[in-house]
Design a binder for this molecule. Structure first.
Ligand code: ADP
Ligand code: MG
Length: 620
């Protein structure tokens, strides 16, 4: 079609130069990108020996005529941009006209191509950059590129390659990326004549994720639902709160269809997850950003892996907000499973102890005061026995109850409102507690099947949200120290404390400056049990300092709460009585992010009836 032109010297120099071909996976990337730009509906990739011996990419795209085929091997020859102005808004994956000549100069390269209506196609063979053969050829319409013996003429480069296995895995990851980025295109990957995957052109992104990573992963993802910023459209799927990985291989990001790496975006995702992500773990994301091509510079990295945003702050904020909203929105679907009535066996009332819900035992209390003081269950009496005793007379003092301090009266108005709100919400929840396993896991039934709750993680989440709410509303209740304590810190820490004094006070730490490098504490949050306040403060400062550069003031408070509630929460071996368990579950379900603790570990695991049926072979 005669579309390719040589860029002028000036434009060519504006195109960021750089090594395009680092390893076999870069060859695969560049070739697939070309196929996508050529409008392919189907792309077949084949590799041998980690791609070092062979990479072959076949597409059914538009193909090229003879002139373009020859021109495509010239440096800076491209059909995708014409002028420097075009560089400001690149809409294709390629734009530099560098890939084919670069690849052909370091391999034994063969390209055959045919346009759909052409009678004959073209075949060219280039060895180490030298054009050896040009002749008629090309079978089906489209383009086929074969790259053999990569770096055969650059022994130094070749030595830098990793094992065949590692190179294969890099290639596989690369094809995954492209396949997720373009679900409407069919992909296949053959490794040493073994089919690794064969993906039909999928109707939707979720189909593609399921085909590639399995239905189980898809079930644990939530669709991103956010469109706050008109400049940035964010779509795709992210892992539910509590879902994470040890590596970043499932953290996929796309900007205008291009798979990229971006520390800005990954930091924003982290911030969005905050307590919903386990420390040291990576989130699972299939996140797509669409924005005006003019507001993204793709011409910053030799392999086009990174981009620069014109409004980085806007992008950051949009992502943080989007992740937060998505995670909190996902709660609704979780709660659905607790709304439909649970069917009880007919004999439940008569035979065994009655475990049905009794609203009177779930009167809201200040849980974070109440729960930590829970006493052990009545000796020898299981959960069910206690539950039936409670049923007769919920107010009766039993051995177990005697250990519990009386619930404190609700005094402030705002608290009253909050409690009413909580009560209204809880009234809708339906579940039936079956028992507690190993003094740790609460087993219960909801409309969807079996739910397992980690009571310790659940309590952490409840305390965390309760304290956060208090911190936002009126400040954390504090307790005066019998003897105020002073302590010295190095100048840098002193600086940090000075800057964050008001937050520390909001968090319930009564701290003030007491001369250069010296501070005095006279009160601490009353939920803490601290024997050495000075040492405690040093630890808090250490913990928080590392977090404080990137996060907001409120986040700092949250960090501190997350760090401290753990020590305070119901422990694994604390035996709880039925009403306490029930209250724990109700309070958990009222949380903003009920399904993970403040450290990102799951609090609840749902095993659906369908899953159980499958496991028991009742359904295939
Ligand atoms: P770029 O992709 O940056 O334009 P390349 O060196 O990768 O540079 O490719 C040069 C040109 O060759 C492309 O602009 C395109 O016109 C053509 N080309 C490359 N691969 C294909 C393909 N698979 N199908 C059709 N045309 C292709
Ligand atoms: Mg290209």
């Amino acid at each position: 079609m005669g579309q390719i032109r040589l860029l002028s010297e000036t434009v060519a120099s504006q195109v960021a130069a750089g090594e395009v071909v680092e390893r076999p996976a870069s060859v695969v990337k560049e070739l697939i990108e070309n196929s996508i730009d050529a409008g392919a509906r189907k792309i077949d990739v084949m590799i041998r020996r980690g791609g070092i011996s062979l990479v072959r990419v076949i597409d059914d795209g538009c193909g090229m005529d003879r002139d373009d085929t020859l021109l495509s091997l010239e440096r800076h020859a491209t059909s995708k941009i014409r002028s420097a102005t075009d560089l400001q808004a690149v809409a294709t994956l390629g734009f530099r006209g560098e890939a084919l000549p670069s690849i052909a100069s370091v391999s034994r390269f063969r390209l055959t191509t045919r346009e759909a209506r052409a009678i004959a196609g073209t075949e060219i063979i280039v060895n180490g950059g030298k054009l050896d053969v040009v002749r008629d050829g090309g079978e089906a319409p489209g383009t086929q590129v074969e790259v053999r013996s990569l770096f055969y003429n650059l022994p130094v480069r070749r030595k830098f390659l990793r094992s065949e296995n590692t190179e294969s895995r890099n290639i596989e990851h690369q094809v995954h990326l492209q396949a997720v980025g373009h679900p409407q295109i069919g992909f296949s990957l053959l490794r040493d004549d073994r089919v690794l995957f064969q993906l039909p052109a999928a109707a939707t992104l979720s189909d593609r994720i399921r085909d590639l990573f399995g239905a189980e992963l898809l079930q644990r993802l939530v669709e991103v639902t956010n469109n706050r910023s008109p400049q940035i459209r964010i779509s795709g799927f992210i892992g539910q709160a509590g879902v994470s990985r040890q590596t970043r291989t499932q953290q996929l990001l796309f900007v205008n269809g291009r798979a990229i790496e971006s520390s800005l975006i990954t930091a924003a995702i982290r911030e969005g997850y905050h307590t919903a992500l386990m420390k040291g773990q990576y989130p699972v994301t299939f996140l797509f950003l669409e924005l005006d091509p003019a507001s993204v510079d793709v011409n910053v990295h030799p392999a086009k892996r990174e981009v620069r945003f014109r409004d980085p702050t806007g992008v950051r904020e949009a992502i943080v907000h989007c992740i937060q909203q998505t995670l909190e929105g996902a709660r609704a679907s979780w709660q659905e499973k607790f709304r439909a009535p649970v069917t009880l066996p007919a004999a439940a009332g008569k035979a065994g102890p009655d475990l049905r819900l009794r609203p009177e035992v779930s009167a809201p209390h200040e849980i974070y005061r109440e729960l930590p003081h829970l006493g052990p269950a009545v000796a020898g009496g299981g959960l069910s026995a206690v539950a039936s005793a409670e049923a007769d007379d919920p107010g009766r003092a039993s051995a177990g109850q005697a250990l519990r301090p009386p619930a404190e009266p609700v005094d402030s108005a705002s608290e009253g409102v909050a409690l009413q709100r909580a009560a209204a919400k809880t009234a809708q929840q339906q579940f039936q507690i079956i028992g507690v396993l190993n003094k740790l896991y609460v087993l219960m039934e909801n409309a969807d099947g079996l739910v397992l709750v980690d009571q310790h993680a659940a309590h952490e989440r409840i305390l965390f949200e309760e304290l956060r709410r208090r911190m936002e509303e009126q400040g954390v209740p504090t307790q005066r120290l019998l003897l105020p304590q002073t302590f010295d810190v190095p100048p840098r820490d002193a600086d940090w404390i000075e800057r964050n004094l008001s937050i520390l006070q909001r968090m319930g730490i009564g701290i003030e400056s007491f001369g250069p490098g010296t501070f005095k504490i006279d009160s601490l949050p009353s939920f803490l049990d601290v024997s050495d306040p000075a040492q405690f403060m040093r630890k808090v400062i250490d913990d928080l300092k590392s977090a404080s550069n990137t996060v907001s003031a409120m986040r700092l408070g949250e960090e501190m709460i997350a760090k401290t509630v753990c020590r305070h929460a119901v422990k694994a071996n604390d035996a709880l009585r039925y009403p306490e368990v029930e209250k724990l579950i109700r309070d958990l379900l009222d949380c903003d992010l009920p399904y993970c603790c403040p450290h990102g570990r799951p609090t609840m695991i749902q095993i659906s009836l369908a899953e159980l049926e499958k496991k028991f072979g009742r359904k295939v």
